[in-house]
Design a protein around this ligand. Structure first.
Ligand SMILES: Cc1ncc(COP(=O)(O)O)c(C=O)c1O
Length: 390
């Protein structure tokens, strides 16, 4: 461990609230698929900067667009109109489910989910929410209340989880057994990423869409990890021909600038009036420029199609690793097991200069690389995994 790393670690540990177990390095910069630590060591980033760097680190188009924006106007709030906000919304709506009509920009995934839950309650006039066991929707009290991982939710009781029914992901009968009368929304991730890239299949999602429509319940897709092309289509429900009423996005939507969004159908805008919701920073010019530039890169570099092809390649190449099992996920959101705990694999991979994620399932290693990932990068990953799997 270098002196400079030791120094930066001590400085953070002295002054910052410790809520994360961290990678053993301090970063100085990033470029494309790689980040570089303060000693100049490169790491190939198959964790995609916490699923955020969807166009890679410091993409030149994003850097140039942000630099220009910062020189022109760093901030003004939703109290005024901003051309860049309208342009970001227009680009986002073009990529989204065609059913989506309006966008609300916020600053984080949890805030996007908060907005979605408020909209669903307002629209339906009901208050109960159905959420999935194994789900993750954020760290605020309201989003913890619909997070189906006891580890996170039960640490902060009482939440408002008294108004939430948790059901097993993929189990339609469990939802049908509930009384639909007081239910405002069903909220779920198309792929449960933190749970270990768990999927449920198209039949379930189509049945859920029918059920929620029949009972006037809002269907909310949390596409904070699956949106913006990660699964090989712009949004995950598109794989099954299922559009939600409300969709939330965060992580890579601004290429690394903190920004998130909630989009909804025209029908769900009914009843929302001036003053019902707000945020100081959400929809600011730098954040909106980040969204606009990120979406331009996704379009110009055909990253959704690339993600689909690379997702297939990645799954096929992972299968070559001796001992690999349980490859799951969609597109470039991939989970797999090896006959060693995922945390051990992660540490061994970091030592080899390759970053991978773990999950709440101690067996499952998770990969969420930038959508720009190339075949050469997959070669490096697979080679390193073969070595650590021995
Ligand atoms: C599926 C999902 N929903 C919500 C969130 C919360 O997003 P944020 O950390 O930006 O509040 C996350 C974060 O990891 C997530 O993965």
């Amino acid at each position: 461990m270098s002196d400079s790393f030791t120094r930066w670690r001590q400085e953070e540990e002295q002054r910052l609230l410790a809520t994360y177990s961290k990678f053993p390095f301090a970063l100085a910069r990033g470029e494309g698929m790689r980040v570089f630590d303060v000693d100049g060591k490169a790491y190939l980033d198959f964790y995609g900067g916490h699923a955020v760097a969807i166009i890679g680190h410091c993409h030149p188009h994003l850097v140039a667009s942000l630099t220009r924006q910062i020189g022109e106007l760093i901030f003004y709030s939703n109290l005024c109109y901003l051309p860049v906000r309208a342009q970001a919304a227009e680009k986002l709506l073009r990529l989204l489910y065609p059913e989506m009509a309006r966008v609300f920009f916020v600053n984080s995934g949890a805030e996007a989910n908060e907005a979605a839950l408020k909209i669903a309650r307002r629209h339906t006039g009901r208050e109960r929410v159905v959420a999935m066991q194994g789900s993750f929707h954020g760290r605020t009290i309201a989003t913890l209340s619909v997070t189906g991982m006891d580890k996170y939710r039960n640490a902060f009781v009482p939440t408002i989880a008294g108004a939430t029914d948790f059901v097993p992901f993929g189990d339609m009968a469990a939802i049908e057994a509930l009384d639909p009368a007081g239910i405002a929304a069903v909220i779920l991730e198309p792929v449960q990423s933190m749970a270990g890239a768990v999927t449920a299949g198209g039949e379930y999602f189509r049945a859920l869409r029918d059920y929620t429509r029949r009972h006037g319940i809002a269907l909310i897709f949390d596409e904070i990890q699956t949106g913006l092309g990660r699964t090989g289509l712009p949004f995950a429900g598109m794989h099954w021909g299922v559009a939600p009423d409300i969709v939330t996005m965060a992580k890579g939507i601004g290429g690394g600038i903190p920004v998130a969004a909630c989009a909804l159908t025209e029908q769900f805008t009914a009843g929302i009036k001036i003053g019902d919701h707000g945020t100081t920073f959400g929809g600011g010019p730098v954040a909106c420029m980040a969204v606009k530039a990120t979406l331009e890169v996704i379009e110009q570099e055909r990253l959704v199609e690339h993600a689909r092809a690379m997702g297939e390649l990645l799954a096929a190449r992972l299968a070559e690793v001796p001992g690999v099992a349980d490859i799951r996920g969609m597109g470039l959101l991939v989970g797999f097991a090896l006959p060693r705990p995922a945390r051990d694999i992660q540490s061994a991979m970091v030592a080899k200069g390759v970053l991978v994620g773990v999950s709440v399932d101690p067996r499952i290693v998770r990969l969420l690389p930038p959508l720009t990932v190339g075949e050469d990068d997959v070669d490096v990953l697979v080679r390193a995994l073969k070595e650590v799997a021995q």
